[in-house]
Ligand binder design. Sequence first.
Ligand code: HEM
Length: 223
Amino acid sequence: MNDIITTACKFVTSSIGRKILVALTGSCLLLFLVGHLAGNMTIYGGCAGCGGTSWIDYYATGLHSMPAWLLWAIRLGLLAVALIHIVLTLVLKYENYNARTHYQKEGTLKATLSSRTMVLTGIMILCFLAFHLWQLTFNGDPANCYDHIKAAFTNPWCSAFYIVAICCLFMHVRHGVQSVLQTFGLATRKVRPLYNILAVLFGIVVCGAFISIPVAFLTGLLH
Ligand code: HEM
């Protein structure tokens, strides 16, 4: 038992162990994002605008019909994963910065805009999440989920805020997916451009689909 704990501690305190944990927790958050998007896409089903019920109301009610302890266990698990991801990323960032030479700190390293702004876009996503949870989770009602989303997105300022936040999410996810692929995939120079293409495609599909919802309300496609 002691051996397992010692090995686990050595893993977490090693640089490569932390990198793997960041990639694992990042992958869990990406999975949540895809799941959340799939749930949100049910907003396009049913006919809420013509007096019917949107499928998203059934989806949200179904989600809340699970036992409260299970819902909270999932939420706390997600929170723990997000906290581990944030803390370990900051530790790695600090270590990398200290390990660089003065020459490299002057900015001569070739890095994409997404990779250079990871901390900034991460903070923007956290601010967005605080607002989002306050607006739709803690002040929402699963049975009237469609109406709550409609009330939010028929306000152009609110829609604009979501669109800007999801653009930040795109930059974060784009670099995140590429890093995960580099940590778990082949590390040869040849496949790197492929990782970049996959990361951009993933970001465009996921973030584009999220953005389609406020845009659909603003343009009257959903009403
Ligand atoms: C147009 C975009 C989005 C819409 C319409 C939307 C809609 C919703 C709704 C209705 C809920 C409440 C679910 C419920 O408890 O019944 C929710 C919760 C949540 N959303 Fe979103 N969301 C959007 C984008 C995002 C994005 C981009 C993220 C992540 C960066 C996100 C993260 C979350 C989280 C963490 C929760 C809390 C889940 C829980 O209840 O435990 N959402 N969202």
